[in-house]
Design a protein around this ligand. Structure first.
Ligand code: HAM
Length: 432
């Protein structure tokens, strides 16, 4: 009986992994330019790491977490996101005592029990950053610039960055109450979900996807009109800095994000052609989070990009190429097989990409394999060659054979130089 993977959990097969590696390498390169360092956090955390920070009334905590009881009776959760876990680590290791400002990034799998569809999985991967320890608007702008540079580097198709301010613990509660009262007046027109949100999380009225709710809340008050002076000034500075760098952002006062820890600057990046799951990434500032984990009164801002969605949003050709072997060894009998294994091992240790076929294959089938793999040279090793301390080199592009005296073991440099020399020499007749 075949066993398949769990619904929403996917394999990344060898012909896809080249794109993943390239994407991750590009991200690491941009992060290094901005002075970010990698943090690797566990996949499993105590449940309270997420329930406390993301918010009890969010979709993630209410219904999407993979939570289970560990052997000791404690509740643990597969991480649905990285921010809370990074902040937990920051506080646990008192990183603030070492340096006042940390710029961290992470790459890895996250888990949410959502309904799988295109661009939405139950195990998905995020590339994320968290900048913890500074609250000035220049940091917010720099994080958005980093996001912009990253999506440009990986060539996201028609990206759009939406920006909003979610206020602070001073101005936001006043606005939320205003929004709640507005929603109450239109309760009849709201979906059942939004009716519940009215009590538990009124902000989410604004990003309900149900059309009747969108119509009912079209003229709802928006938070940018109700920010306190400090939040308004902060937001204006962020927007000014971004405008100066000619990074286009769209003020979207209805963008409220799906996690509760945000305040002030919040943003999302979307891409064309992704259908319903158009959000490639999102993030924002979280001023109360570090303290809520028992840390100092310091602030952070960050974002995460979904790797699967990024890969759907880039124009790159589906590139399945792997680097071809530099040489392909074709042993013709048992004695030659042993020599081939030894030669391959020596050359590989010396940094050369070498392929050896499985034992007992005919020369014809070995040549076909070498051709399929794109090897430029095949080194044919038969009894005659072994006796003469030589190999017959097949130049695959020129379709010509050459004898090559070889002392096994040889070095990769010697062999490469010999192969270059051979190209200039007259060919041998066909191998018998
Ligand atoms: P988020 O908006 O929940 O934010 O997720 C960020 C990105 O992860 C989404 O825009 C999407 O690309 C991807 N994503 C989320 N859920 C799925 C899924 N089920 N399948 C595929 N991709 C998905 C956060 O997670 C915050 N921690 C970001 C952040 C960092 N805020 C501050 N710092």
């Amino acid at each position: 009986m075949k066993i398949s993977s769990v619904k929403g959990f996917h394999d990344i097969l060898p012909d896809e992994s080249a794109r993943w590696n390239r994407m991750e390498a590009q991200a690491r390169e941009v992060f290094t330019r901005y002075g970010y360092h990698e943090i690797r956090i566990p996949i499993l955390e105590k449940t309270e790491v997420f329930s406390r920070s993301i918010g009890e009334a969010t979709d993630i905590v209410e219904k999407e977490m993979y939570t289970f009881e560990d052997g000791d009776g404690s509740s643990v959760t597969l991480r649905p996101e990285g921010t809370a876990a990074v902040v937990r680590a920051y506080v646990e290791h008192a990183l603030h005592q070492r340096e006042p400002f940390w710029k961290l990034y992470y790459i890895g799998p996250m888990f949410r029990r959502e309904r799988p569809q295109k661009g939405r999985l139950r195990q998905f991967h995020q590339i994320g950053v968290e900048a913890i320890g500074r609250d000035d608007a220049a940091v917010d702008a720099e994080v958005v610039l980093l996001l912009h540079d990253l999506i440009s580097a990986v060539k996201v198709r028609d990206p759009r960055i939406d920006l909003n301010s979610l206020g602070c613990s001073d101005c936001r509660p006043r606005y939320v109450e205003l929004l709640r009262r507005f929603g109450e007046q239109r309760r009849d027109q709201l979906c059942e979900n939004c009716k519940r949100r009215l009590e538990r999380n009124p902000l989410r009225l604004l990003d309900c996807k149900v059309e009747s709710c969108q119509t009912a809340t079209a003229d709802a008050p928006v938070i940018v009109d109700h920010l306190c002076d400090a939040c308004r000034a902060h937001f204006e500075t962020v927007r000014g800095l971004l405008a100066r760098e000619q990074v286009e952002t769209h003020l979207n006062p209805r963008m409220v994000r799906g996690l509760d820890y945000y305040c002030r600057t919040a943003f999302e990046v979307s891409a064309a052609g992704l259908g319903a799951q158009s959000a490639v990434g999102g993030g924002g500032r979280y001023d109360g989070l570090v303290r809520s984990f028992g840390g100092p009164d310091t602030t952070g801002i960050g974002f995460a990009l979904g790797v699967e969605r990024l890969l759907l949003a880039i124009d790159e050709e589906h590139d399945t190429t792997r680097p071809p072997p530099e040489i392909f060894l074709a042993p013709l009998d048992r004695a030659a097989e042993s020599e081939a294994t030894h030669l391959a091992h020596t050359l590989r240790r010396d940094g050369m990409r070498v392929e050896v076929p499985s034992a007992g294959k005919s020369l014809k089938s070995q040549m076909r394999s070498a051709d399929r793999l794109g090897a430029p040279y095949v080194l044919i090793m038969g009894a005659d060659e072994l006796a003469a301390k030589a190999v017959t080199v097949r130049d695959m592009a020129g379709k010509r054979n050459f004898p090559l005296a070889i002392n096994i073991p040889t070095t990769a440099a010697e062999l490469r130089a010999a192969l270059v020399r051979l190209r200039a020499e007259p060919p041998l007749e066909q191998h018998p």
